[in-house]
Design a protein around this ligand. Structure first.
Ligand code: C5P
Length: 226
């Protein structure tokens, strides 16, 4: 079977909807590959800054995206993969709010998205792929066998993010986190290039008020593995 036939579960949605955790759990449970497409946008933004490339310089950003030297290294049980950029472990650095904001700024550019497209499609390998992003079901894997759009209210997503940041010792206010989420949502939803929206054939799951376990079981039901 060619790799283009390997099944794909596309999970899209805004940040803080539980996508990252749920896609990791799904991939582990199924024994499938995982694509964290947001990491590629974050890495492009980080690599650009490291190379003194302005986040407005589209031509140079395309070059940076196309030449990203990145490796995702699996870690033991349950932990997210280590992310290595040009030989350096940037796992923690790409998770900062600043990096996420920079990623969403460059993600509005169609040419940057095009430069990352094939790299994302290359993750489609046997026995299957769980793909986490904003446009997995709409653009990158339009033929995905299952499409899930995971969402939650902005307030709930802000609370989740706030708890994570507090636990990591970051001093931040809930209002600042909520504002950050609103700005990012607005940019991701209203951009003309691959805006954040459910694919026509996506199953929408609202995770507001649900535990991760409950979200996982709804996703498994959507996948038909419950
Ligand atoms: O999911 P994550 O928060 O890591 O994504 C960071 C940013 O990258 C998003 O806010 C979005 O602007 C962009 N992104 C995207 N398309 C994807 C994944 C992420 O535009 N498939």
């Amino acid at each position: 079977m060619s790799k283009d036939n390997a099944p794909v579960i596309a999970v899209d949605g805004p940040g803080g909807s539980g996508k990252g955790t749920v896609t990791q759990m799904l991939a582990k449970k199924l024994g499938w590959h995982l694509l964290d497409s947001g990491a590629l946008y974050r890495l492009t933004a980080l690599a650009a800054i490291r190379q003194n490339v302005s986040l407005d310089n589209e031509t140079e950003l395309v070059r940076v995206a196309a030449s990203l030297d990145v490796a995702f290294e699996p870690t033991p049980e349950g932990e997210p993969a280590k992310v290595i950029l040009a030989g350096e472990d940037v796992t923690a650095e790409i998770r900062t709010e600043t990096c996420g904001d920079n990623a969403s700024r460059i993600a509005v550019m169609q040419s940057v998205r095009d430069a990352l497209l094939q790299r994302q499609r290359d993750f489609q390998q046997e026995p299957g792929l769980v793909a986490d992003g904003r446009d997995m079901g709409t653009v990158v894997f339009p033929n995905a066998s299952v499409k899930i759009f995971l969402t939650a209210s902005a307030e709930e997503r802000a609370h989740r993010r706030y708890s994570q940041l507090k636990a990591a010792g970051v001093d931040v206010s809930i209002d600042a986190v909520l504002e950050e989420i609103r700005v990012r949502d607005e940019r991701d939803i209203n951009r003309s290039a691959a805006p954040l929206k459910p694919a026509d054939d996506a199953q929408v799951i609202d995770s507001t008020g649900l535990s991760i376990k409950e979200v996982l079981s709804r996703c498994l039901a959507a996948v038909g593995q419950a």
